[in-house]
Write a new protein. Structure first.
Length: 240
């Protein structure tokens, strides 16, 4: 900020100019070229800065974990399985705004075929001096077979409340839900607009998420059953 004073007769005119800068935006690619990687694997970000995650190719997640258990979900921040991008289009992005300087730890919880986390698909914000420890814990969990399994067998629910320790504001584009969520709140699983409970299995890395399909099914077996039942009823009436 700077100011300039101009003397005109007995009048002093003061002009104040304020320079407003845009917040810094960090970009992270997820799964480029089919690799199980966040690139870069960690960043340092100040409060107010944005991180834009660009999802590529297979079906990955951004799931919050911890330093000690990097491949186990904290059940807090989780993008869900909505990042299927086989054509590498450019608009499948997730943007978060950092509001804490505390270290934050993340992984991809896709487990179909193999664990993406155990393959090294992890990410950290402001890791400080703990990045090597984080990666060592990934290798430890891989050797022990510890993983946050990618299973979705219950009706999807929206995460409720706040998670103040996470320090995130969410915004999104592409097929992500739009809008801004409270700090640290993601839908814990992709949700369904409609009524009634249903079950789903986790999508594979080479298949789109369940939301990509229509709900209309094949009704031929049901029609055949009704036809057989009608024929039996008519035959019974003929014998009366």
């Amino acid at each position: 900020m700077h100011s300039r004073k101009v003397l005109t007769g007995h009048r002093i005119t003061q002009t104040i100019s304020v320079e407003i800068t845009e917040p810094v935006t960090h970009r992270v690619t997820v799964g480029t070229g089919g690799e199980y990687l966040f690139e870069p694997a960690h960043i340092n970000a100040d409060v107010g800065e944005k991180i834009v995650f660009e999802f590529k190719a297979l079906n990955h997640t951004l799931t919050q974990s911890s330093l000690i258990h990097p491949c186990t979900s904290l059940q807090q921040l989780d993008s869900g399985f909505k990042q299927f991008n086989p054509t590498d289009r450019e608009d499948l992005m997730l943007s978060v705004t950092v509001n804490t300087l505390e270290p934050q730890w993340f992984f991809c919880r896709q487990n179909v075929s193999s664990s993406h986390c155990h393959a090294g698909m992890v990410f950290a914000v402001n890791p400080g001096e703990h990045m090597d420890e984080f990666l060592a814990n990934v290798r430890r969990e891989s050797a022990l077979g510890i993983s946050g399994a990618a299973k979705e067998t219950q009706p999807p629910v929206m995460s409720r409340g706040f998670a103040p320790s996470t320090g995130w504001y969410l915004n999104s584009t592409g097929v992500f839900p739009t809008g801004v969520f409270p700090t640290g709140v993601f839908p814990t699983t992709p949700w369904h607009t409609g009524t009634g409970a249903f079950r789903r299995s986790a999508p594979s890395p080479s298949q789109p998420p369940p939301e990509a399909f229509t709900s209309s099914g094949n009704n031929k077996p049901r029609a055949a059953f009704l036809l057989v039942a009608l024929m039996l009823l008519l035959a019974k009436l003929n014998h009366l």
